[in-house]
Design a protein around this ligand. Structure first.
Ligand code: WTA
Length: 649
């Protein structure tokens, strides 16, 4: 058994809805299990500004999901921006909604709820004038500027469906997403700015649209003033069309199950899929989890340093915090600019109470030594969150002891793009923690561990993590491809949602996520599909075959390992590597980097021609002695060559 840390006294429950201790947690969890409809109807009515409050809870179930998506609150109507903005105007109008810190630490904006409401209305009116309306899809391709949140909320206000694409993705990735969701417009900015480097966002959009496609309008926010290309009639400056628009805009009233956004995410096969979240359930679940997990209090300064290009930014920078009337920080820069103390300097200057980041950042900063932390006052901190990948106990301890000085509770929050919000996690004031464990399920979440053969594991054990009952925040479908949604998540174990993660459960009932069990690699908390890499690599003329797997990486969590078989007559050289790197950058994005290449004579295959990925994984993980049964190999000499030439960082 690992060491258990009791909740430090600074973390004692403070918000009116707090789950105060473990007994209270168990009571909430049991209530949600006994009567999920009653539980979630009560939660939504007390926290969300419905136009027509719903009377229905859940419709549908996992067994019948092939017939159509599950539904929550189906008879309710709302616009989520009324929960995030309008209803705060009377009592929180002058409270800071978005506290923005730009690339330079001195570049600060404080946007109140009243100002944010006005900006969102202006952007809504501008989008309408561009011909964007209810049900239309809009791609948002921006850096971390407040206008990115304004753009998301403006889409939501007029009933358009946004799809934020992380600003590191390539023109091809942007183009693919525009085509997949048939986007009518893109909202972007001239350039992004991170760590004093510019990112050519508008130029990438131009390249994405070069070959035509569905996008007819581009709205461009001016961030740096850098030179950009311009297409008359298609491109509009934000400062020209948004800033002059009316500051009032009636919200479009939508059904609870109308889509709010699409977010593309990598899976084990094929191209990224457009995960669809809907209005009523998503806003309820993000509001509930954000308040409960962090024990959010009215005067808290809350900082999640993720990017709005990922689900964490959607749920825990924008929607959850704004629904809760919180002051939410948006951070444009990187943790090491101007130095490795940037986060803690921000904590001191803004008196941040709740800080939420990823294990990869914690590991990278821990490697820079404690001085960068200690020279900044962190006494305002109460809750420290982590998300995105398993956190190793050493990084956890550093976060707890050095950053939190043993006075803050660590909430290791496990969840996914598909879960919409935090699913397994300590609740800050209630749950004793254990370094490396995401601990216990949120009320409404019913984890079940399964053996690969489909047997339920009762009590302590290790298996495949499934969730047994729907909750309001979960994804409803894959955009344009419901059968793919069903196949990906509901066919492995009929009646269960399969997460793709492995998990151990100990004697306390605590959950320890062991990582992906499928062909998804989690690099610095970013999900990458091995199939995406492989299809880029084999598209290069010199390459005959490619096999890509993950391997343990000291900072990134996982790194990308590529086995390359060349076409006959080709030779392995630095030029080949450079070409492959460039192809990944151009076809996926700047964050898609192969860490280790190994040139091999062939891939290990069975006699029926199937690649034995297990062998590729074990060699990349540095465990060639653990290959297991290799009797079905067509050509054992290939494996000997692979083992002999294995690379490591
Ligand atoms: C992993 C991010 C261990 C997991 C919100 C999951 C985690 C994938 C944790 C989802 C955690 C996320 N501990 N693993 N606390 N949080 N993961 O969709 O493998 O970008 O399936 O959502 O990240 O990544 P996604």
């Amino acid at each position: 058994m690992s060491e258990i840390y009791t909740v430090p006294s600074r973390v004692t429950a403070g918000s009116p809805n707090a789950i105060t201790d473990l007994d209270a947690y168990r009571e909430h969890w049991a209530k949600a299990q006994r009567d999920p409809d009653g539980f979630w109807l009560r939660e939504t009515r007390s926290r969300i500004a419905w136009r027509t409050p719903p009377t229905q809870g859940l419709e549908g179930n996992y067994h019948d999901i092939a017939e159509g998506p599950i539904r929550w609150y189906a008879d309710g109507t709302l616009n989520v921006t009324e929960s995030c903005l309008d209803r705060h105007l009377s009592d929180r109008g002058d409270k800071v909604a978005i506290l923005w810190e730009g690339d330079e630490p001195s570049d600060i904006q404080r946007i109140t709820y009243r100002e944010l409401h006005a900006k969102v209305c202006q952007a809504s009116n501008a989008l309408k004038a561009m011909g964007v309306g209810r049900g239309d899809r809009v791609i948002i391709y921006m850096g971390m500027v407040p206008e990115a949140a304004v753009a998301m909320l403006a889409c939501a206000r007029i009933g358009a469906i946004h799809s934020v694409v992380f600003g590191g993705f390539s023109a091809e990735a942007v183009r693919d997403r525009c085509i997949d969701c048939d986007a009518k417009a893109i909202i972007t900015q001239d350039e992004g700015l991170r760590g004093s480097k510019t990112i050519p966002l508008k130029a990438t959009v131009d390249a994405a649209l070069e070959s035509g496609g569905p996008v007819k309008q581009v709205l461009v926010f001016k961030r740096t003033g850098g030179e950009v290309g311009w297409t008359e009639g298609r491109d509009h400056w934000w400062h020209e069309v948004v800033d002059s628009a009316s500051t009032s805009c009636e919200a479009e009233i939508l059904g609870a199950e109308d889509p709010l956004f699409i977010l593309y995410t990598s899976g084990s096969t094929g191209k990224p899929k457009g995960v669809v979240h809907t209005c009523g359930g998503y806003i309820t679940y993000t509001s509930y989890t954000h308040e409960t997990v962090f024990d959010l209090r009215e005067d808290d300064v809350y900082a999640c340093v993720a990017d709005v290009g990922w689900i964490t930014g959607h749920s825990y920078i924008v929607y959850g915090p704004l629904a809760n009337g919180a002051t939410t920080l948006m951070f444009e820069s990187i943790p090491t600019y101007p130095d490795a103390g940037r986060y803690w300097d921000m904590v001191a200057r803004h008196k941040i109470n709740i800080f939420y980041t990823a294990p990869t950042a914690i590991r990278a900063l821990a490697a820079q030594g404690d001085d960068h932390v200690k020279k900044h006052d962190r006494s305002s901190l109460r809750v420290l969150g982590t998300v995105g990948e398993p956190i190793n106990p050493a990084a956890w301890e550093w976060y707890y002891n050095v950053v939190g000085e043993g006075e803050c509770n660590i909430v290791d929050t496990w969840w996914q793009t598909e879960t919409g919000g935090i699913a397994i996690t300590p609740i800050a004031p209630a749950t004793p923690t254990a370094p490396g464990s995401a601990t216990l399920p949120m009320p409404g979440i019913m984890p079940q561990l399964m053996t690969p053969e489909g047997r339920v594991i009762i009590g302590p054990g290790e298996g495949l993590l499934c969730l047994a009952h729907p909750w309001p925040g979960q994804a409803r479908t894959v955009w344009g491809d419901h059968p793919r949604f069903v196949k990906t998540y509901f066919e492995h174990f009929p009646g269960l949602y399969f997460t793709g993660d492995g998990c151990k459960r100990d004697e306390l009932g605590y959950h320890w996520i062991t990582g992906r069990v499928d062909d998804v690699i989690n690099v610095s908390g970013h999900r990458m599909g091995t199939a995406e890499f492989e299809s880029v690599l084999v598209s290069q003329g010199a390459v005959a075959e490619a096999g890509v797997v993950g391997f343990p990486h000291p900072i990134k969590g996982q790194g990308v390992y590529a086995y390359i078989v060349l076409e006959p007559g080709q030779t392995w050289s630095d030029d080949v590597v450079a070409a492959l790197n460039q192809a990944c950058r151009e076809q996926i994005g700047a964050h898609a980097k192969v860490d280790l290449y190994q040139h091999v004579p062939g891939l290990p295959k069975t006699r029926s021609g199937k690649v034995m990925r297990r062998i590729l994984r074990k060699v990349a993980e540095g465990e060639p002695e653990a290959l297991g049964d290799v009797s079905t190999l067509a050509d054992p000499s290939v494996v000997e060559a692979i083992i002999a030439g294995a690379k490591s960082v």
